[in-house]
Write a protein that binds this ligand. Structure first.
Ligand code: GAL
Length: 673
C-alpha cells in the first residue's frame, strides 16, 4: 500500500516549486543554503522538465536531476518529484502535431506555452507513459523522494479537446456508458429538434453549432473529458506504484477556483494517495480569506476529512490577474496557517526563486529578485520557523460544525446554455452561503449529495440544480432522521441527464421541502423584491423569484411585491424528526444570515457572540491532542475565549481564559488534557 503522507517528512511540509534548470548550476549551492536558512523541508521539482530530461526522442539526460536530488538529499530536503507530462517537448509535437488540442471551433492550439494536450491522443499517452517509466525506474527508490507529483493541475488551461481522436474516444465512452445508441437518444432527448442518431459513428463532440446544442450531450462531454484526464492520471500513477512501491502519488488540484471548473474532484480524490491543492487569492474585491477558507474546507472534504497538503500558494502577488496586489505584511503567514488550521500538512509555494525570464517573472516567490534583504524573504524565514513549531499538529483532523452539499456535475449542468436566467450563478450561491456560515464562525465540511450527512446537525444546499433520485432520497432521509436542511432556489430540478424530473418541480426535493414550484420568475437586471416576515421584518431578494405552492411547508417569509407578491418566499417544513427550509429567491448575506439563524436554532447550534467578525477559530484534533487555531484577519487586536488551559505553539506561552491574538496574527494553542 502506498503511504498517504510524504515519505520521510517528520514535520510539516514547507517549501516550494524548485525549477533550478532556469539557473546556472553553481547557484544551486546557494539555493540549498538559503533553503536551510528558511527551514525548507520539501521542494517540488521536475514538473516542467521533459524537454531537458529527454532532449531528443529516446535520448535521456538525467545527470542534472541526479545531482540535484543528491544535493537536496545531502541537505535533508525532501523532494516532491514531478512527472513532466504537462509539457511534452517541441520535438514531440513536430512528430505528432495531432497531439495538440483543438477547440470547439476547430482551432488547433500551437506549441509554445504549457498544457497543450489532447488527452485522447495515443502518441501522447505512450510518450507520457515512457517518460514516467524512465523517471520511476531511475528515482523510484531515491532516498530524497517523498512524493510523486503527476502532471500539473489537470483541467487548466485546456479542459477539453474536440478533435477527431476525441470524437472516436467519446463514441467508445458512450458505448460503454449506455450500451446502445438508442439509450443515448433517450438520455439526451434527441427527439427534440430532430437530433436522433442511428449509430454511434454519427455522434461528435459538442462542437460549435449555429445555435444552442444539446445540453445533455454537452454535459456528457464534460464527464467524458474529465474521465479522460483521469485515465491518463491513473495510467501514470499505476506505473509509479509498480516501480516505486510505497511512495505516495498526488497531482495538484485547484478545488475552489472557478477557473478550474472542469474536474470532478470527488472522483479524483479517490484516486490520489494524498490530496494536494493549489490556492491563489482572487482579488475581485471580496474577502480573500473567506475564499481561502472555502478552498481549504473543500480540499479537506475531497480528501475525506484526512490531512491534505497545500502544494502551491504565493508569498505575495501573482501575475495572471488584471491587477496583482502584493500581500500586506503578515498576510502570507496568515494565509499559510489558515490552510494548516483547515487540515493542510504544511505550506508550499510557487516558487522557490523568482524567475528572471519567461511568463512568470513578475510572480512573487520565496526568494524574490531582491534577494534576502527583502520583506518577503524575512517573512519567509519567520514562517519557516512557525511551520516548524507546528509539527505536533501533523496527522490531526479539522473538526467541522456543518456541511454544505456540493457537486461538480450539478455545477456543469447549471452552466449550460438557455437557463431561466443568466444571472443565476451556482458558484455565487455556494460562495455566499459559505460566507454566511463563515460569518457565524461555523467550520464547514463539503459533502457529495449522496454522501452520509448524519454527522451534521445542519446541512445547506446552495444550488443543486442537478439532483439524482438517490440524492433526493438521501436528503429526505437526513431530515426525517432529525437533520436540518436549507435549500436554495432552482435545486432538485433535473436528473443526471439534465432531464426535468417527472411531475412538478423540484422533482427530487418536493417531498423533503413540502412544496412545489409552479413557475420560475427570474427578475430583470437590477430588479429587487421585498420579503416580509415574522415580527414585521423585511428582507430583499434579487435575480430570482418563484411561484411556490406549499404542500406541507409553512411560509416564513412572504413576497411583498413583484409578480409573486403574496406567495411564500422562504418556507419551513417539519418532516419526521427534522426540518427543511427553502429559500426561493436570491438573498444577500444579511438575508441569508437571518434564515440561517432560524435554521441554526432548529439544529440546536448556538450563535457565537463571543468572537469578532473575521477572527477565525478552527480546531484540529487527533492522537497528539487538540489544537485551537485563531486567525485574526482584522486590524485590531482580538481576544478569543478558551475553554481549557494550553500552550501556544508559536510563542511557547501558557494560556488560560482568553487568548490574545494581535491584529493580523495567528495563534495556535495546544489544549491541555
Ligand atoms: C499554478 C501553476 C504554477 C504557477 C502558478 C502561478 O496554477 O501550477 O506552475 O504557474 O500557478 O500562480
Amino acid at each position: 500500500m502506498p503511504e498517504t503522507t510524504p515519505r520521510g517528512l517528520t514535520g510539516l511540509a514547507f517549501g516550494g516549486d524548485y525549477n533550478p534548470e532556469q539557473w546556472p548550476e553553481h547557484m544551486w549551492q546557494e539555493d540549498v543554503r538559503l533553503m536551510r536558512e528558511a527551514g525548507v523541508t520539501m521542494v517540488s521539482a521536475g514538473i516542467f522538465s521533459w524537454a531537458l530530461l529527454e532532449p531528443a526522442p529516446g535520448t535521456y539526460d538525467f545527470g542534472w536531476l541526479d545531482r540535484l536530488l543528491d544535493l537536496l538529499h545531502d541537505n535533508g530536503i525532501r523532494v516532491d518529484l514531478g512527472t513532466p507530462t504537462v509539457v511534452p517537448p517541441a520535438w514531440f509535437y513536430r512528430a505528432h502535431p495531432e497531439a495538440l488540442p483543438v477547440t470547439a471551433d476547430g482551432v488547433r492550439y500551437e506549441f509554445g506555452s504549457r498544457g497543450a494536450i489532447c488527452h485522447s491522443n495515443a502518441d501522447y499517452r505512450a510518450a507520457a507513459a515512457n517518460i514516467t517509466t524512465r523517471l520511476a525506474e531511475r528515482y523510484g527508490a531515491h532516498p530524497a523522494l517523498a512524493l510523486w507529483h503527476v502532471h500539473n493541475e489537470y483541467g487548466v488551461p485546456v479542459s477539453a479537446c474536440y478533435c477527431d481522436s476525441c470524437a472516436a474516444h467519446f463514441r467508445r465512452w458512450l458505448a460503454t456508458a449506455y450500451g446502445t445508441v438508442d439509450a443515448v437518444n433517450e438520455a439526451w432527448g434527441t427527439a427534440f429538434w430532430g437530433q436522433r442518431y442511428a449509430g454511434f459513428d454519427q455522434i461528435n463532440p459538442p462542437r460549435t453549432t449555429p445555435t444552442v446544442g444539446n445540453p445533455a450531450q454537452a454535459l456528457d462531454y464534460k464527464r467524458f473529458a474529465d474521465a479522460t484526464m483521469r485515465e491518463n492520471f491513473i495510467a501514470e500513477r499505476d506505473i509509479l506504484h509498480r516501480l516505486s512501491p510505497g511512495v505516495p502519488v498526488t497531482t495538484n488540484f485547484m478545488t475552489a477556483l472557478s477557473q478550474c471548473d472542469s474536474v470532478d474532484y470527488w472522483a479524483w480524490g479517490r484516486e490520489v494517495d494524498l490530496v494536494t491543492n493549489d490556492h491563489y487569492l482572487i482579488t475581485d474585491g471580496r474577502r480573500t480569506h473567506v475564499n481561502l477558507a472555502m478552498a481549504a474546507d473543500l480540499t479537506r472534504s475531497v480528501a475525506g476529512g484526512a490531512p491534505w497538503l497545500l502544494l502551491e500558494h504565493s508569498t505575495s502577488g501573482v501575475n495572471w490577474q488584471p491587477r496583482n496586489p502584493a500581500k500586506a505584511p503578515g498576510q502570507m503567514a496568515r494565509n499559510s496557517l489558515a490552510h494548516v488550521a483547515r487540515g493542510s500538512e504544511g505550506a508550499m509555494f510557487f516558487q522557490w526563486r523568482q524567475s528572471r525570464r519567461g511568463a512568470e517573472k513578475f510572480h512573487s516567490a520565496m526568494l524574490p529578485h531582491g534577494g534576502t534583504d527583502t520583506r518577503v524573504w524575512r517573512e519567509v524565514v519567520e514562517l519557516g520557523a512557525s511551520v516548524d513549531s507546528l509539527r505536533p499538529v501533523r496527522g490531526t483532523r479539522t473538526e467541522a460544525d456543518v456541511a454544505m452539499v456540493w457537486d461538480w456535475h450539478s455545477w456543469w449542468a447549471q452552466n449550460l446554455q438557455w437557463r431561466p436566467s443568466e444571472d443565476h450563478d451556482p458558484r455565487e450561491r455556494a460562495d455566499t452561503f459559505y460566507e454566511a456560515l463563515y460569518d457565524r464562525h461555523l467550520t464547514v465540511d463539503f459533502a457529495h449529495p449522496e454522501a452520509d450527512l448524519s454527522p451534521y446537525p445542519l446541512v445547506v444546499v446552495p444550488a443543486l440544480y442537478l439532483a439524482t433520485e438517490a440524492a433526493g432520497n438521501n436528503l429526505r432521509d437526513y431530515v426525517e432522521h432529525g437533520g436540518t436542511l436549507v435549500v436554495s432556489y432552482f435545486s432538485g430540478i433535473v436528473d443526471e441527464h439534465d432531464a426535468v424530473h417527472e411531475g412538478p418541480c423540484p422533482g427530487a426535493l418536493r417531498d423533503v421541502l413540502g412544496l412545489t414550484v409552479e413557475e420560475f420568475s427570474p427578475l430583470l437586471a437590477g430588479e429587487r423584491v421585498r420579503l416580509t416576515g415574522p415580527d414585521g421584518g423585511e428582507l430583499h431578494g434579487d435575480v430570482w423569484t418563484e411561484f411556490v405552492v406549499p404542500r406541507g411547508a409553512d411560509p416564513v417569509w412572504t413576497y411583498a411585491d413583484g409578480l409573486t407578491a403574496g406567495r411564500p418566499a422562504v418556507t419551513r417544513h417539519r418532516l419526521g424528526e427534522g426540518t427543511a427550509w427553502y429559500v426561493s429567491t436570491r438573498l444577500g448575506a444579511d438575508g441569508l444570515d437571518t434564515v440561517l439563524g432560524g435554521a441554526a436554532e432548529d439544529a440546536g447550534i448556538a450563535p457565537r457572540t463571543d468572537l469578532p467578525r473575521d477572527v477565525e477559530v478552527v480546531r484540529r484534533t487527533g492522537a497528539s491532542g487538540t489544537y485551537l487555531f485563531a486567525v485574526n484577519h482584522t486590524a485590531s487586536d482580538a481576544k478569543v475565549p478558551l475553554d481549557a488551559h494550553g500552550t501556544e505553539l508559536l510563542t511557547g506561552e501558557r494560556t488560560a481564559g482568553r487568548l490574545a491574538v494581535p491584529a493580523g496574527a495567528v495563534r495556535v494553542v495546544r489544549l491541555d488534557g
